[in-house]
Design a protein around this ligand. Sequence first.
Ligand code: FAD
Ligand code: NAI
Length: 472
Amino acid sequence: MANFDVVVIGAGPGGYVAAIRCAQLGMSVACVDEWKNPQGKASLGGTCLNVGCIPSKALLESSENFERVSHDFAAHGISATGVQFDVAKMLARKDKIVSDFTSGIGQLFKKNKVTAVHGRASLAGREGEVWRIAVAGSEALLARHVIIATGSTPRALPQAPLDGTRIVDNSGALSFSDVPERLAIIGAGVIGLELGSVWRRLGSEVIILEAMPVFMPAADEQVAKEALRAFAKQGLKIHLGVQIDKVTQNKKEVNIAWRDAQGATQELLADKLIVAVGRTANTQGLGAVDAGLKLDAAGRIEVDAHCRSNLPNVYAVGDVVRGPMLAHKASEEGVMVAELIAGQAGHCDMNLVPWVMYATPEIAWVGKTEQQLKKDGVAYKAGQFPFMVNGRARALGATAGFVKILADAGSDRILGVHIIGAMASELVQQAVLAMAFSASSEDLARTIHAHPSLSEVMHEAALAVDKRALHI
Ligand code: FAD
Ligand code: NAI
């Protein structure tokens, strides 16, 4: 039986990064993963690379390009007639990006001498200091340390069972062979809004049904309001406070019976339905219960701040544990755990995990929202600046949105940064870095920002905290 210092279960961004970091630190590592691509071949990278972050961003870019050429280029004096798109080519481009990245992980494993094992792994007991990990279809592995990174799967909605064709989850929604004329989505979360944007840009009439009475409750309220306005202007129809009663279908269409916020019965007919109502931790088949692994009330593996489970030398990272279900959070936890196993001081600050939504405009934030600060009774100052008066934003034709910086009223330390606007996904990183070094808004305000650049909006927002923005 092969014996390793560490066996990692799951090769998503939590698991594969943990495996590489362990190898870098001189440990012998195996990473077991059961994912198969649609061709039935083992495919590393987990949800993120196969059916999540990477393919969704590929389609967001393709559809955004179509929208730009169709609507925005005229303002630049560029005319394009007879603009068409080819869904099959878009999907093929997306699939190629996915396969390049998933096979790239195999190469990274080889380079770092990580042993890749295909199959479903489960904890099969501990003898002395050594864990036994059973792998379906393959020889069991032995390891002193186990890192569980088994990710998450889409949460099912009993009223709307998936059929993989007409009623789909994120995987199906990334592979429609034609643009559905009428696309219904249950859940106005990140998947609903990103994938709704993709298909709306390509011509679908998109209707999103959301249970919560509030739109994007995790975002800063002002950002959420601005986003809702922008999405409505683009034609995304979003109904809040709904209840889904029953979903039926025939050969032609899906029929969704739902109740609106006032309780009135409604009916929605659609060609396709995407169910995107959140994800649940994946502990299935892991032997978690038999091994005595403690789960929390939401079914996630219970861990401490250092991702230690209740079992000796068993760690868990990423979507399968508490905290936001984000790839970069999973990876950072993977690095932390590898370093802890190596006897170093691993660390992962949950307050510094950036959030990004890749719609138009992009939305990104880090740290506390204004409503959280109010709730916690923290005295704060806010500075805000719009993209509208920024030279680069004007040149790009991307003038929607603003940056808002929240700083402690006493110390001026930055507590949160909220961005809605072009390249928010890139701009937010400046805020993460500033906050990681406990910067004050004055530190940002006194930093030279290149002109003309979108980052000047961040600079002006920092100046605005002290009521001295220069260009407004
Ligand atoms: P996963 O990526 O889910 O990987 C877990 C792996 O473990 C899988 O390969 C699975 O097959 C394997 N596995 C499970 N059980 C076993 C077992 N018993 N034995 C062997 N293998 C097993 N996040 C972002 O940060 N940015 C984005 O832009 C973004 N976009 C997304 C878009 C979509 C449509 C979706 C669905 C998600 C998106 N996410 C995004 C979330 C991101 O994909 C997840 O947070 C991330 O993949 C979690 O990583 P993980 O390693 O914890 O788990
Ligand atoms: P989500 O949690 O973002 O949104 C799910 C939405 O569905 C919520 O607004 C919820 O209120 C709603 N909902 C739940 N039950 C419902 C019901 N019965 N009827 C109507 N609405 C209902 O989850 P989503 O969009 O499925 O994405 C899962 C996770 O994947 C996200 O939480 C995020 O962590 C990750 N992700 C990240 C992305 C990014 O970073 N850009 C992109 C896509 C996904």
